[in-house]
Write a protein that binds this ligand. Structure first.
Ligand SMILES: *[C@@H]1O[C@H](CO)[C@@H](O)[C@H](O)[C@H]1NC(C)=O
Ligand SMILES: *[C@@H]1O[C@H](CO)[C@@H](O)[C@H](O)[C@H]1NC(C)=O
Ligand SMILES: *[C@@H]1O[C@H](CO)[C@@H](O)[C@H](O)[C@H]1NC(C)=O
Ligand SMILES: *[C@@H]1O[C@H](CO)[C@@H](O)[C@H](O)[C@H]1NC(C)=O
Ligand SMILES: *[C@@H]1O[C@H](CO)[C@@H](O)[C@H](O)[C@H]1NC(C)=O
Length: 305
């Protein structure tokens, strides 16, 4: 049941890490399979966040086109003979209304998981858009053992073009070891600054790290493998184009972390294996890493292009 921890299988045609398979035709080579599992217990939604703590996946917040949600759901993949089961958890306390009606809930936030130096895992949620579409900068910590959310230090948003230091949305974030990393997104301007969240202390701290050197963007996916963060896709926010560059982030590679440019996700070889790579370009997608039979691979799916 181990693979179910990460929910799904996906076709190899969209594998990012392994480029070793070559094909003579354009027929997508399929491996793996999608199998339906228990649907989310709460209302259908998009622009939600997720993180994995221990063997449980959590989904929180989101938008159904009318309402924004503050709820949290846990998914237990091994329950019901591996059909999975959802259980509602504590909702995120409503933040003080920034302005307008102060409707509860949020969308377009980021979530990430941190393994504290004590070995305990906590989930984090930051930034987003509130029910009145105000940009948010608050940070919340979820403790799965206590089933409770605690507010942490606000994300230190820089002023937007109008001089307002309200938050950002459609950012990207990942947790590596005992710290969280948040970059890109939109605050009225497209962004590429990177901030490091250290949960040590009562409220934790945010410190600025090495800026993401790629195009400023929003709606990019991030995933973690082997203590490196990876960032791909997203909307090139100075045009309407989606971007195809691919980067890794090593938190220990330099002071503030080291970004390294990897191969573009593009049809660059004369072989046919990458002929469909242009289809990978997208924004608002999801990504995850799955370690199948000791062969780890990263997967990207959904989103828009
Ligand atoms: C997972 O690993 C098994 C055994 O190596 C292999 O047969 C299968 O195709 C792999 N699945 C995916 C989705 O890569
Ligand atoms: C979450 O939002 C609902 C309204 O949708 C509200 O009734 C509830 O009090 C909120 N929960 C918290 C913890 O703020
Ligand atoms: C940048 O992205 C934001 C959010 O995705 C969007 O509202 C804005 O229109 C975009 N700007 C440009 C110039 O594409
Ligand atoms: C992003 O947009 C800028 C401005 O239009 C353009 O110069 C750049 O080539 C674009 N990058 C990609 C990867 O599309
Ligand atoms: C992709 O590569 C193939 C050769 O494998 C070539 O025929 C095709 O024109 C390329 N497409 C683009 C968009 O470069």
């Amino acid at each position: 049941m181990k693979q179910l921890k990460y929910f799904f299988f996906l076709p190899v045609s969209i594998i990012l890490i392994s480029v070793s398979c070559t094909r003579d035709t354009d027929l997508a080579e399929q491996s793996g399979n999608w199998i339906v599992r228990a649907s989310l217990g709460g209302p259908a939604r998009y622009k939600a966040v997720s993180f994995v703590l221990y063997d449980t996946a959590y989904v929180a917040t989101g938008y159904d086109g009318t309402y924004k949600y503050n709820d949290t759901w846990a998914f237990y993949p091994d329950a019901n003979n591996a059909y999975g089961a959802w259980q509602q958890k504590a909702s995120i306390p409503a933040p003080p209304p920034a302005s307008g009606s102060g409707k509860l809930g949020r969308s377009n936030a980021v979530g990430f998981a941190i393994t504290l130096t004590s070995g305990l895992m906590k989930g984090y949620l930051a930034t987003g858009l509130d029910g009145d579409a105000n940009r948010m900068k608050d940070t919340w910590e979820y403790d799965p053992k206590a089933d409770s959310w605690a507010q942490k230090l606000d994300f230190p948003e820089k002023p937007d073009p109008n001089g307002n230091a309200n938050g950002r949305y459609d950012a990207s974030a990942f947790g590596i070891g005992a710290k969280g990393y948040l970059t890109c997104g939109f605050n009225g301007n497209p962004l590429s600054d990177l901030w490091i969240f250290d949960p040590t202390g009562t409220l934790g701290t945010w410190t600025q790290g090495t800026n993401f050197p790629g195009f400023k963007r929003s709606g990019a996916v991030a995933f973690v493998y082997n203590n490196l963060g990876y960032l791909a896709t997203g909307q090139n926010n100075t045009s309407t184009a989606s971007v195809n560059d691919f980067w890794s982030y090593d938190p220990n590679g330099a002071a503030g972390g080291l970004w390294t440019k990897l191969k573009d996700i593009a049809n660059t070889s004369t072989d046919s294996y990458d002929d469909d790579y242009t289809d990978i370009v997208r924004s608002g997608a999801v990504a995850f890493v799955m370690n199948n039979a000791s062969t780890p691979k990263a997967y990207i799916t959904t989103g828009q292009n």
